[in-house]
Design a protein around this ligand. Structure first.
Ligand code: FES
Length: 103
């Protein structure tokens, strides 16, 4: 089920933020007009990726510098080895909706 996440006007291109959906912290990012959603918590340790740095579709963890591709969750630079869980996104009438995926 898709759930309300944010207004698209609150997520300008090149930015990201954390939203809570069903008590789950989700990172949403606007990558060149495409909205992507993943888990917000780094797979290495307990850090909020939305506090890191977004460059294109890559996010860098603020704690130890691991990178993830938000398009598929794949880890890049160490120390993270596990991929991020990606979620489904729908944008309708200026509103971002996210559907959480199971592991
Ligand atoms: S917590 Fe993210 S790289 Fe360590």
């Amino acid at each position: 089920m898709f759930e309300h996440a944010a207004a698209i006007t609150d997520l300008p291109a090149g930015t990201m933020r954390c939203v809570t959906i069903r008590r789950h912290e989700v990172l949403i990012a606007n990558v060149d007009g495409e909205v992507l959603a993943t888990d917000d918590t780094c797979t290495h340790e307990d850090a909020s990726l939305s506090c890191g740095v977004l460059k294109g579709a890559m996010v860098r963890c603020p704690l130890h510098g691991a990178t993830f591709d938000l398009r598929d969750g794949a880890p890049g630079d160490e120390p993270a080895e596990e991929p991020l869980r990606c979620h489904d996104v729908m944008v309708e009438d200026g509103v971002i909706f996210v559907r959480l995926r199971e592991r």
